[in-house]
Write a protein that binds this ligand. Structure first.
Ligand code: OGA
Ligand code: NI
Length: 369
């Protein structure tokens, strides 16, 4: 008879579990979680199963019916509207670290085409996708499953097509997968414009000049992670994305209507309800540190799901890795009563540090003064 240990079902007489072997075999397929599901797997393989203590913790923590703030940008063009929006952005960024925006100017058609294009990428012929499967982060386009596959405790139930401009500072359209190239170009172009509006609102909300964050080159380099979360046979045992905060300045997320994204608010998981046409915005770790903890980068995760697939697109504003600029608490925001609590750092070592650890490791401590 088998036994249940802290590491899950050990199967009693079975030989010792070699996790690295399972991980490597999975990675070598180059077809990700979707490939696993397509091959007829009806169980969640052990490498994806969350540690027992996490599963138990979740049972104790109720999921509450609260709503992440929704901010309507429609009246941004008039003075009163603008001031009201700035107030709402500040309030949401301090209390939640998350908000949704509606009437942001990107059409439903562009949003839907993007989601559809990403779905088509992941659902196209394996042989085409496999050519893009890589762990070389200097590539502009990387298709992979679990960027932290070799360092995490439990793998996540998702595959990702990443587009990364943080090395080069520009996007080379030729390198984008043909099947979704045009919709990507259209969406990234529009969402980057919106991200400049949000950086302006956040600058003003923090009491800085409107172009402060833009001039800090927050949006000079970005990574778009285009996720595909296949249907999961046992969604309680694994996660779409483990609990983490984003290592970014700011993140803008487009999600489809399946749901599964949750944020930690006052120690409870709150669903980020899909709203047609809305985009989800969250403050990243760097902006929390620049604000000296005034605005918050909060933990969030994605549940695995029995329905789907789910598609989402996160645009990470990360800055340029080659930038010599120092980032840390903004001097103007500091005073005798509010001294800097973080060191300054440059983006290259900051990112190297992030990528060497499993997603969701405690952050900040490393940079605390
Ligand atoms: C992320 C993330 C959420 C989602 O990519 O960092 O939190 O809904 N994504 O896919
Ligand atoms: Ni995230």
């Amino acid at each position: 008879m088998g036994t249940i240990s802290m590491d899950g079902y050990t199967g009693g007489a079975q030989p010792e579990y070699d996790r690295m072997k399972e991980v490597k075999a999975f990675d070598d397929t180059k077809t990700g979680v979707k490939g696993l599901v397509d091959s007829g797997t009806k169980i969640v393989p052990k490498m994806f199963i969350r540690p027992c203590h996490e599963l138990e913790e979740d049972l104790k923590r109720p999921c509450v019916k609260l709503q992440v703030p929704v901010i309507n940008l429609e009246e941004i063009g008039n003075k009163n509207g603008y001031e009201e929006i700035v107030k709402q952005v500040l309030d949401a960024s301090e209390k939640w670290g998350f908000f949704q925006v509606v009437n942001h100017g990107i059409s439903m058609e562009v949003l839907n085409n993007m989601l559809q294009g990403i779905r088509m990428f992941h659902e196209q012929d394996d042989e085409v996708k496999k050519k893009l499967y890589t762990r070389d982060r200097t590539n502009q386009v990387l298709y992979q499953s679990n960027f932290d596959l070799y360092v995490s405790r439990a793998a996540n139930w998702r595959d990702t097509l990443a587009v990364d401009t943080t090395y080069s500072g520009h996007l080379d359209p030729k390198e984008l997968p043909e099947i979704c190239r045009d919709v990507m170009l259209e969406y990234y172009n529009q969402v980057l414009k919106l991200s400049d509006v949000l950086l302006e609102l956040l600058s003003v909300a923090l009491g800085l000049k409107p172009d402060y964050l833009k001039e800090m080159d927050c949006s000079k380099g970005w990574t778009a992670v285009n996720h595909y979360y296949p249907v999961c046979p046992a969604p309680d045992l694994t996660l779409g994305i483990s609990k983490h905060s984003d290592p970014t300045f700011l993140t803008l997320l487009l999600q489809d209507q399946i749901g599964g994204l949750q944020v930690l608010y006052e120690d409870q998981w709150v669903d980020v309800q899909p709203i047609p046409g809305a985009l989800v915005v969250n403050i990243g770790d760097i902006l929390q540190m620049m604000s000296n903890d005034k605005i918050k980068s909060v933990y969030h995760r994605v549940m695995a799901n029995q329905v789907g697939p789910r598609v989402s697109v996160a645009l990470f504003l990360k800055g340029l890795l080659s930038s010599p600029k120092l980032y840390g608490p903004i001097k103007q925001l500091l005073s005798e009563d509010n001294p800097a609590i973080y060191q300054e750092f440059t983006l290259n070592p900051y990112n190297t540090h992030f990528y060497s650890r499993p997603l969701g490791e405690p952050r900040f401590q490393y940079y605390k003064l």
